[in-house]
Design a protein around this ligand. Structure first.
Ligand code: KIV
Ligand code: ZN
Length: 502
């Protein structure tokens, strides 16, 4: 049987450190449940000492996720390890991940500690955590810039103290593939007790090498890879889970390993993470971008029709990304919709199917062709919406290059119909100002992104916004063939989510 690469997902910890990607606890649990369905091996659910919210999220995920390990991060100090333990102890398979920087630059300027003190603190942290939980991971932060001899010493000491996984982070994304693969080989050869621990890697993407470095490390002997959905993470992000998993699966001739990941859940997971974090996926992103399986050139299309493998190294359906083709039309019924959605990985209740069906019919009336991406978008838009504290009833806009744009918006709130009008810098701004008049809330709009779900003039527009009221930030999404309507829906989605926090 093939050896297995352990997939450690850190979307909810390092991924959530992406600027602008913060999630509330309900959203974190939703992602954790999907990661469980995706069958990653370990979910790093958060850094419990960092905030009360993070502590609660790790605790909730530990209670609700039972099929995969749940991990909590801690510095090598008592209060962090206690918090990590108290949050993760409810998990069926709990893990504590202790980290401490070991590079000269971090020790001198950040920690102001000498090598001897770091060595002691690292071993102490692991020993203390081990008294609470069996499964302990240790990371020498900035390992790729750490003096090798010192790195070997630290690894030996933490394995002696009880670490069962030693993770080698390329914290600042500085390493190159050959160098990083060699580092893993050197660790295998120079740390005397290395056979008592799994070697893991955690690569950042500052030079765009996160995935390449992780794969080079696998070839060098690493057996756990830390990664995130859509490559989210601090600064330029982490190695992307979907790229790692599909590289291993596609190049079986090179990587003679398997993973436990259910590949047909990849696309759905990517969309969910994108929706909840508000971080749109670039169209040309490998594996999950809208263009990842789109063929434009005539020569390519001709080749594909003759033999798919001429230009396709993976089948889109393998990652749950159905070929972009006409799937349903105006005359399709509920059964066809249910069956198609099931194929796309959505199992909905009768009530949800009914709502999705109504949306689908409206879309099919407006749009000549309905693609799988459209179906996924309307389902997520319809089913994923927060309780509709403010519900959009209608809007009218007057806009043009010679008039001041104005909008009249009608919302339903607590059984009452409320109407307001406003002018603005454009039709979207006018609508948002009208909503402000109705709700009395003046959120700060932190970001606004508009994306076409498929090609064509009649494509669904998907809007993602991030807004702030007081200290709370929230993402919202909306989709429609009308971009002003999509914008209003996204705004109300974020507002309703913020309101339902209280
Ligand atoms: O990048 C890093 O070094 C980390 C550690 C906490 C593993 O995220
Ligand atoms: Zn990191």
């Amino acid at each position: 049987m093939k050896d297995r690469i352990i997939i450690f997902d850190t979307t909810l910890r390092d991924g959530e450190q992406s600027p602008g990607a913060s999630l509330n606890n309900k959203e974190k649990l939703e992602i954790a449940k999907q990661l469980e369905t995706l069958r990653v091996d370990i979910i790093e659910a958060g850094f419990p000492i960092s905030s009360e919210g993070d502590f609660d999220a790790v605790k909730t995920i530990s209670k609700k996720v039972k099929k995969v390990s749940v991990c909590a991060l801690a510095r090598a100090v008592k209060k962090d390890i206690d918090a990590a333990y108290n949050a993760v102890k409810y998990a069926k398979k709990p893990r504590i991940h202790v980290f401490l920087a070991t590079s000269k630059i971090h020790m001198k300027y950040k920690l102001k500690k000498a090598e001897g003190e770091i060595l002691k603190a690292a071993a102490w942290g692991v020993k203390y955590a081990k008294r609470k939980i069996k499964d302990i991971e240790f990371s020498p932060e900035d390992a790729s810039r750490t003096d090798k001899k010192f790195l070997y010493q630290v690894l030996e000491a933490v394995i002696d103290a009880g670490a069962t996984t030693v993770n080698i982070p390329d914290t600042v994304g500085y390493a190159t593939p050959y160098e990083f693969g060699s580092l893993i080989k050197d660790i295998k050869e120079n740390v005397p007790n290395i056979d008592k621990a799994v070697i893991s890697v955690h690569c950042h993407n500052d030079l765009g090498l996160g995935v390449s470095n992780s794969l080079a490390a696998v070839s060098g002997g690493a057996r756990q890879v830390e990664c995130t959905i859509n490559g989210l993470g601090e600064r330029a992000g982490n190695a992307s889970l979907e790229e790692i998993v599909m590289s291993i699966a596609t190049r079986k001739d090179i990587f003679k390993f398997k993973t436990n990941v259910k590949k047909n859940q990849i696309y759905k997971t990517s969309r969910l993470v994108s929706k909840l974090t508000g971080m749109l996926v670039q169209p040309n992103k490998a594996i999950v971008g809208a263009n990842a399986f789109a063929h434009e050139a005539g020569i390519h299309q001709d080749g594909l029709l003759k033999e798919r493998r001429t230009y396709e190294i993976m089948r889109p359906e393998d990652v749950g990304f159905k070929e972009t083709k006409l799937v349903l039309g105006k005359h399709s019924g509920r059964h066809a919709l249910r069956a198609r959605l099931k194929k796309l990985g959505y199992t909905l209740s009768d009530k949800e199917i009914e709502r999705a069906f109504t949306r689908f019919k409206k879309l099919a009336d407006k749009k000549k062709e309905v693609f799988d991406e459209d179906l996924a978008t309307i389902v997520e838009d319809e089913i994923g919406t927060a309780s509709e504290i403010y519900k959009l009833i209608s809007f009218y806009i007057l806009s043009g290059n010679k008039v001041t744009p104005s909008a009249t918006v009608t919302l339903k709130h607590e059984g009452k119909t409320l109407v307001a009008n406003s002018t603005g810098d454009g039709p979207v701004d006018a609508c948002y100002k009208a909503v402000e008049k109705i709700t009395g809330e003046k959120p700060r709009l932190l970001s606004y992104n508009l994306n076409a779900v498929t090609a064509g003039k009649d494509a669904l527009g998907e809007v993602a916004v991030r807004m702030k009221i007081g200290k709370e930030e929230m993402n919202g999404r909306g989709a429609s063939t009308d971009v002003v309507e999509a914008s209003l829906k996204a705004y109300l989605d974020a507002l309703n989510r913020l309101k339902s926090l209280n």
